[in-house]
Design a protein around this ligand. Structure first.
Ligand SMILES: [Zn+2]
Length: 235
């Protein structure tokens, strides 16, 4: 049988590329290439999910807090922050899903997601989502869901207000800015559930605490927190 050029082309296995640097992935590289992997400053949070620098952010602020973990540390303007900037500012939703899968694989391995019923991304204001084209926390949540098999609910937690960037605000300003920014829409489904709240970056925890306070009105059993990158002021 004569095989056309196009048939040959479609028969080629799709080349897998690193979503960060676009280099082809070798057979033993999974989500990202080994060079990019070596540049990511990973935290050790998954070894101590109940007591680490990120979990401590929620102590005394979120009564139902269970576990907390970030995949990597975030250092402003460092080479390691490149994937995060790509995800937030350069229209790379597929990078968010890939990094979410990377988080999910590590979390499954360590047992971090054991007993978690539902993954909720921190919502963006619709103005910001329109400007960016997607919610980067939802992309991470979708990757996490693919790796863990835990469903995502992107509708129950809603952001009602738009107050601009948190980046240049002081710790007190950040809390005040997001205090009343979230509401629940049909929160009955959250009662007695273990919820995993997913954000891209956690700095002071103001945004995720504001979400958790609203979620607690629905009486979940526990709230755990996951993020891609944690800014540890003490490091
Ligand atoms: Zn790479």
């Amino acid at each position: 049988m004569k095989v056309s050029f196009l048939q040959r082309l479609f028969d080629l296995p799709l080349a897998r590329c690193c979503p960060i640097c676009h280099a082809p992935l070798s057979a033993d590289e999974d989500e990202i290439c080994s060079r990019c992997d070596s540049l990511l400053p990973r935290t050790d949070h998954l070894l101590h999910p109940y007591d680490n620098a990120m979990a401590q952010v929620y102590w005394g602020r979120v009564p139902s807090v269970a576990r907390a973990a970030a995949l990597i540390y975030h250092f402003t303007h460092s080479e390691s922050s490149h994937p995060l900037y790509q995800l937030k500012y350069f229209r790379r939703p597929e990078l968010g899903v890939a990094l979410g899968r990377l988080m999910g694989q590590a979390m499954v391995k360590s047992g971090f997601t054991d007993g978690v019923d539902l993954i909720l991304p921190v919502p963006l204001a619709w103005q910001r989502e329109e400007e960016r084209g997607y919610n980067q926390s939802l992309m991470l949540a979708q990757g996490l869901s693919e790796a863990t098999g835990i469903p995502v609910d992107n509708h129950v937690l809603v952001r009602t207000s738009f107050e601009g960037s948190q980046t240049r605000r002081t710790r007190w300003d950040r809390s005040e800015n997001v205090k009343n920014a979230f509401v629940l829409r049909g929160g009955d489904s959250l009662a007695n559930k273990h919820i995993l709240l997913v954000d891209d970056v956690v700095t002071t925890g103001a945004t995720s605490c504001a979400c958790a306070h609203v979620l607690e009105q629905a009486h979940p059993a526990h709230i755990s927190f996951a993020c891609l990158a944690f800014v540890d002021d003490d490091r």
